[in-house]
Design a protein around this ligand. Sequence first.
Ligand SMILES: Nc1ncnc2c1ncn2[C@@H]1O[C@H](COP(=O)(O)OP(=O)(O)O)[C@@H](O)[C@H]1O
Ligand SMILES: [Mg+2]
Length: 454
Amino acid sequence: MPPDGALIADSPAADTQPGDTQPGDTQRGDTPRSDTQPGDTPRGDTPRSDTQRPDRPSIIAFVGDQATETALREGLLEAVPQGFEIRRGTVRVAMAALHKMPTPHTLIVDVSGEDQPLSALSDLSDVVEPDVRVLVIGDRDDLNFYRQVTRGLGVAEYLFQPLLRDMVARYFGPLIMRHDPVTEGVQGGRVVTITGARGGTGASTIAANLAWHFGVEARRHTVLLDADLYCGTAAMLLGAKTGAGLRTALEAPDRIDELFVERAAQPVSKRLHVLAGEEKLTDTVSYSPNAAARLLDALRRRYNFVVIDVPCSALPLHRELLMLAHQRVVVMDPTLASVRDTLRLMALPNGPMQPRRSVLVLNRDNLPGGLTRRQLEEGLKMKPDVAIPNLPKVVGHAASMGEPAMAARGGFRTGMMQLVREVAFVRLLDSGAPGSAPATGKAGRLRRLLGLTS
Ligand SMILES: Nc1ncnc2c1ncn2[C@@H]1O[C@H](COP(=O)(O)OP(=O)(O)O)[C@@H](O)[C@H]1O
Ligand SMILES: [Mg+2]
């Protein structure tokens, strides 16, 4: 337990009036990425420091009252002699502000008076870049709470009210003075892979739209990674650029660091970036073993969501990405060949970070001449988790314009939103367990066609 004295305020939250002050989140927008900033540091071999990402403020605090503000300012005088920005507001106010602005390297929030401080802090972690150093002030003084906040949520330090200058100097000061990047306690972003049972099922379309939703609509820091380095379409679908960075990362993983990721990922919008290549068909990319793990480590520190378009192949890169995901998504269309390959993909063993099976998306539902839903479910012996209708005009038009098809209301968006709910949260699925659909004579024939005996 860090605080010196068990000085518990009688009514710690009494003067916390979240509504009576301006949240102050209007002062600055999400500044553009560093490559468009005037006065940017050269994107070369800059030493690792807070100046690496000029768009990220060094430190910002959100506190509930004047006394806390004073203790914080005075306590950190030595650590931050130049001063820093302190805004008045709850953790919810902090969240609203951080929705719109770059994540500081160090964030101080005050959960005093909060009914559910743990869930508030957990919600906050969704809108900030995962490698932020979070220091928390609150009004609970029990050890259990301290443990949950620090070990459970990855908060660097917790101090309880009434906040005293000396406590701040002693426990927050050294953490702030350390300019090295946060290496411990980073929970990291969520990795979702999208794989088509076959080419043409719409996997890339779905990956691009999912990333667009997370990055643009939900304003989570998101990167779309295209694992097809030769003919991938992820960048094209979002109107982004491809580059040589991804290949370099996979061939020379030692070069992957925060700055590398920053340079290699191309912006689509402030919180949506794309990492994709367009290698010559005559070139061989010499994939270095474990490069995928190294790259994902770096990406997970920077982004809340890493969406990966992974082709169905036996290449080591693709196999490793599927194993490293938190959630896999398999996309099929209503064809016999798709049913066969879906069964093979669904049968792959789960990776160490996958508590549940792949989410199955049936795309181009009602495709003229395709299998009926009944035939399909009988062949699969399960129901798809998400169905997206066949909408060639809507999807085709969007693809030609380099726009996300889900921006418009309609069947495509409805299906995509269902997928968002399936992949954004860890939750056990109980429906669709193999064997849930009854096998009829027809299914038997279908499964025999696929070479399946049961
Ligand atoms: N729901 C849909 N309805 C109609 N056409 C679709 C749908 N989803 C994708 N498509 C189209 O199918 C084609 C293949 O999509 P793509 O995303 O490249 O598939 P994959 O990555 O699986 O090969 C594209 O022309 C795309 O516009
Ligand atoms: Mg594709």
